[in-house]
Design a protein around this ligand. Structure first.
Ligand code: ADP
Length: 630
């Protein structure tokens, strides 16, 4: 078969990856062993279900061979193997599904090595240490073996080869040593032993290697002689079966990174064993960052499922509620049948009980984190808040009761995150609603005209800086008996009885003027009225009904929606502002001018809200004329 070129982006990615994880070159071994272990899982499982020929558990192994003379390190597994097509598909493209996004992100931030962590490194990490990789493989489903070879730089070749053992053999031809990197160390027994212990001890298949041993010389017991023996390097106890007190955080971290292809340590580990109706051990992790593809629609999620230590399936969705889909991890239960399929999983009441129990554990872990490890919780929240919020929205608020105490919003007071509970506890006695305001940032919200008045009253405002926030809150009717209220919606009712009385009188006295203003603006607004929310500004725009101006902005970004969904607008005028007296004068003296003023004020209110104005040219012209006259 002719040599095939890597896709252009693959080559660049490869180079980048090699350079960036260069200082941590040893992880290649963890990655290759982890792939081998997965392949063994697959073979065992398929042989149990009868899809492929039966295999004995004792024949499922991983072997490591060192050849210092030829500078090769070989990792052989008796797993499922790959057909020629699979070799092509799996090893022909680096960061397969994600390569496009990967490149886009790289282009955005070429120096940001961190993003590499969001992509699994996998098989290609072999090229950190190898100048050439050969992969011989015989699939359990075929009789013809194939070999894939590549030097990593410009392409790969796949051709048939002789091989009678089902499984995969990966031969790494190590690079020459440089002053910075001694690749030869990977040919030493001690190094391999250490690395397997460090990264792969829990692998449930024996990782075997020939080791040199000195034994007493049988012919002369004053001497010792060297001999080679095959030794299993790993303890083979799955990490989750060990007792928690015997596992260090480091071990958890390494396990997580190897198993779930993450570059970063997990933020939180949940390791729990439950005995009861349905018994299980779960080892769950909250990642510290969302993987690059987390927000793609239809992205798979779920837990790995094991039964009595035997791997059954990946991404078992029925074990994990969607609102917690950021969780990575596994569940091992003795109560499930090995033949359980995805379909059975959906209906099985044992599985339902298991899922319910897991859900409680996860919720509790999040609550504890919020209570005791606030900084970590905020980090978690930064990464995954949209998952929680979206769940409330998607369920029409059904999950709100469950999730509302996990929500955080930034407070206008200090820009820091607050829970609803904390906000509620700080509320002054006379405050009857929970206030929120939408905007790009806390500082933008702080500049809103209405804020001065709220501050005077000592009312705190939750800053909704995420586009989805306002949509979500419409699904949460109240918190602890307090309804939510947008500071730019409807009547805020901030006035005292006395102020209200005064306002009614002023409104009555200026009725004609306000009506004239409404007429001048036509159907741009539903009403022009006096404001009780303004202090330093002359006018503002508010809305009425379900849709706010901010939501209108979000919706109008969708081309299908443009102009369709409009908030009901109301122009509010501040009767205590010096401009109000001026308006009264103009209203009695010059009707045309008054109409022009109305237009200008409306446009200003739009601008303050960050909304486009209908005719910017006309607006500037009017302002310029006013300036000339002044
Ligand atoms: P990942 O493991 O994240 O999917 P890799 O680049 O490590 O990414 O591997 C790509 C794919 O190649 C794997 O998903 C698997 O299907 C296949 N593969 C890799 N190593 C082996 C192996 N030793 N035996 C069988 N299949 C393998």
């Amino acid at each position: 078969m002719a040599k095939k070129q890597f896709k252009a982006e693959s080559r660049r990615l490869l180079e980048l990856m090699i350079n960036s994880i260069y200082t941590n070159s040893e992880i290649f071994l963890r990655e290759l062993i982890s792939n081998a272990s997965d392949a063994l899982d697959k073979r065992y499982y398929l042989s149990m279900t009868g899809e492929i020929a039966k295999v004995n558990k004792k024949d499922l192994t991983i072997r490591i061979e060192r050849d210092p003379v030829n500078r090769t390190l070989t990792i052989t597994d008796t797993g499922i193997g790959m057909t020629a097509e699979e070799l092509e598909k799996n090893l022909g493209t680096i960061a397969r599904s994600g390569s496009l996004e990967f490149r886009e992100q790289l282009e955005k931030a070429p120096k940001n090595i961190d993003i590499i962590g969001q992509f699994g490194v996998g098989f290609y990490s072999g090229f950190i240490v190898a100048k050439k990789i050969t992969v011989e493989s015989l699939s359990a489903r075929e009789s013809q073996a194939n070999v894939w070879t590549s030097d990593g730089s410009d392409g790969y070749r796949i051709e048939p080869c002789d091989r009678s053992e089902v499984g995969t053999k990966i031969i790494l031809e190590l690079k020459d040593d440089t002053p910075e990197q001694k690749y030869s160390r990977f040919l030493e027994e001690g190094t391999i032993r250490e690395l397997v212990k460090k990264y792969s001890d829990y692998v449930r298949y024996p990782i075997m290697m020939d080791v040199e041993k000195s034994i007493p010389d049988p012919t002369d017991d004053t001497k010792r002689i060297m001999t080679t023996e095959t030794e299993t390097l790993n303890s083979m106890v799955p990490l989750w079966k060990k007792s928690r007190s015997k596992i260090s955080r480091e071990e958890y971290n390494e396990f997580y990174k190897g198993k779930f292809n993450d570059w970063n340590d997990p933020l939180k580990v949940i390791h729990t064993t439950v005995e009861g109706n349905v018994s299980y051990t779960a080892l769950l992790f909250i990642p510290s960052e969302a993987p690059y593809n987390f927000f793609q629609p239809d992205q798979e999620y779920g837990l790995q499922l094991y039964s009595k230590g035997v791997f059954i399936m990946d991404n078992a969705k029925d074990l994990l509620p969607e609102k917690y889909r950021f969780i990575r991890g596994l569940v091992d239960s003795d109560d499930l049948s090995l033949n359980i399929s995805r379909e059975i999983l959906q209906q099985d009441h044992q599985v339902k009980a298991l899922a319910a129990s897991l859900e409680k554990k996860i919720k509790k872990a999040l609550e504890d984190m919020l209570k005791d490890e606030r900084e970590d919780y905020e980090k978690f929240y930064e990464a995954f808040n949209s998952t929680l919020k979206y769940d409330i929205y998607r369920s029409y608020g059904m999950s709100a009761d469950d999730l509302k105490d996990l929500l955080l919003y930034r407070s206008n007071r200090d820009g820091k995150y607050t829970t609803l509970k904390e906000y509620r506890e700080r509320m002054p006695e006379d405050q009857k609603e929970i206030y929120y305001a939408s905007g790009e940032s806390v500082s933008e919200i702080e500049r809103m005209p209405v804020m001065a008045k709220l501050k005077e009253k000592n009312y705190e405002v939750l800053c909704f800086t995420d586009r989805i926030d306002e949509f979500v809150i419409t699904m949460i009717p109240q918190y602890d008996g307090m309804p939510f209220r947008s500071v730019t919606k409807g009547d805020l009712d901030l006035d005292t009885e006395e102020e209200k009385k005064k306002k009614t009188e002023t409104a009555e006295a200026n009725k004609d003027m306000l009506t004239a203003m409404k007429e001048a603006l036509g159907d741009k607004v539903k009403e022009v009225r006096l404001s009780s929310r303004l202090q330093d500004d002359a006018v503002c725009l508010v809305s009425e009904g379900g849709l706010s101006l901010e939501m209108e902005k979000v919706l109008s970004q969708d081309p299908l929606n443009r102009g369709m969904m409009k908030a009901v607008r109301i122009l509010e005028v501040n009767p205590d502002h010096p401009l109000f007296t001026r308006l009264q004068t103009v209203f009695t003296e010059d009707k045309d001018k008054f109409n022009e003023y109305a237009d200008i004020l409306y446009d200003q209110a739009c601008l303050i809200e960050g909304l486009p104005i209908d005719d910017p040219l006309a607006y500037t012209k009017k302002i310029t004329e006013l300036m000339i006259k002044a």
